[in-house]
Write a protein that binds this ligand. Structure first.
Ligand code: SF4
Length: 376
């Protein structure tokens, strides 16, 4: 079996966003951002709960006004996931959400304005142990840097980030993380590579304005996948013009593909062809929807025929290979039983849930389960 590749991660200084560690040896966390009206507390809480169901580690909420800061306080009381307040320019909003229990401030110190205001925000963050995220975007670079570079470039992004970093440094504030996002994959890669050479703080990865569900997913997977493989990145957000729940799912799928997180059912399926003995695509789509609630790590292989079926099915926790006259299921690498075409989805769902139940019981007993003990 191919040995599991372990990515050597860049050593970063660990910070805490609420109870979630970011950087150091912490698992790479997955973030998303609400797109409801923040003042609509019920809608925002509802969306945050859906994000939590999908496994999100940290949620960002934009706070554009003092009314939104009040609403943020109400939202804070109703959910227990760490919350980042996204604030632009207005230091009073930063102070207000700090009072209301924010877990991280996304604010660029260089945009706050007067020195006394910058000082007030940083002092408040220090007193309350709140980290800051510096978030630089190619679309909103300082005018001066736009003039200097003519257009957004990776150097311009890094220079902008370092200006904000220098302000925090000057105030002896080290609990921060930084993002330098562009919508261009190459610019994103270069900016993060350069920045990773300059600071020890964790990096928040993302491709900004990545696009629709499909194109945004591809761009993010290429850019973030490349950086993560180089060991760069401590927390990620996939920006999609789609339901934010999809951002969480895509985020975990990218991390899972690199063995950086193990979460949920990992479906291995063949693309199907005329040799298939059942409708592979319909089966896996139905299974994916039915098994969405599972957070435990389980490999499920669903393969249409005997060409690749037995090999893949044996490697998974639960597997199925199409065959004539019968489809054959596998459990923990061993042949299990025949399954008719009509029972496929129900039976595979049952097998996966039984596997998860067993994992939970073994975990309670302190036994390492199969998924942890071998390379996947
Ligand atoms: S495993 Fe079989 S059904 Fe699936 S793509 Fe390959 S040949 Fe076709």
């Amino acid at each position: 079996m191919e040995p599991e590749v372990k990515i050597a991660r860049r050593k970063t200084r660990q910070i805490f966003v609420g109870k979630v560690p970011v950087g150091g040896d912490a698992p790479i966390s997955v973030q998303s951002m609400t797109n409801t009206e923040t003042c609509d507390v019920a809608a925002t809480v509802g969306q945050i709960r859906r994000l939590q169901d999908a496994g999100v580690d940290i949620v960002r909420v934009s706070v554009p006004s003092m009314e939104a800061a009040d609403a943020f306080g109400e939202i804070r009381k109703q959910v227990d996931v760490p919350l980042v307040a996204d604030i632009h320019y207005d230091y009073k909003i930063a102070l207000a959400v700090a009072e209301r229990g924010v877990d991280c401030l996304r604010i660029n110190p260089g945009n706050i304005g007067r020195e006394d205001r910058i000082k007030a925000v940083i002092q408040c963050a220090k007193d309350k142990g709140i980290p800051i995220r510096i978030g630089v975007n190619a679309g909103s670079l300082e005018k001066e840097l736009q003039r200097k570079y003519g257009e957004p470039t990776s150097d311009a992004l890094v220079e902008s980030a370092m200006r904000h970093v220098d302000i925090l440094d000057r105030h002896d504030f080290q609990d921060f993380k930084v993002s330098v996002k562009a919508s261009n994959v190459f610019m994103t890669l270069q900016a993060y590579r350069k920045l990773s050479q300059q600071i020890e703080q964790p990096l928040h990865l993302g491709v900004t304005e990545a696009g629709t569900f499909r194109s945004g997913t591809v761009k993010s997977a290429v850019a973030l996948g490349s950086l993560l493989m180089e060991g760069i990145g401590d927390t990620i957000r996939i920006s999609l013009a789609a339901d934010p729940v999809e951002e969480v799912r895509v985020g975990f799928d990218i991390l899972k593909s690199l063995n950086l997180r193990k979460k949920g059912v990992n479906i291995i399926a063949c693309p199907s062809c005329s040799r298939q003995n059942f409708d592979v695509i319909k089966t896996v789509n139905e299974l994916e929807a039915r098994l969405e609630d599972i957070n435990e790590s389980v490999d499920l292989a669903v393969i249409g025929c005997l060409v690749n079926g037995p090999g893949e099915a044996r490697e998974a926790d639960v597997g199925l290979t199409g065959g004539t006259p019968n489809n054959l299921s596998y459990l923990d690498g061993e042949k299990s039983h025949h399954v008719t075409k009509d029972d496929l989805v129900d039976e595979l769902e049952r097998m996966v849930r039984a596997k998860v139940k067993k994992q939970r019981e073994d975990e309670e007993k302190g036994i390492l389960f199969r998924g942890e003990s071998r390379a996947k």
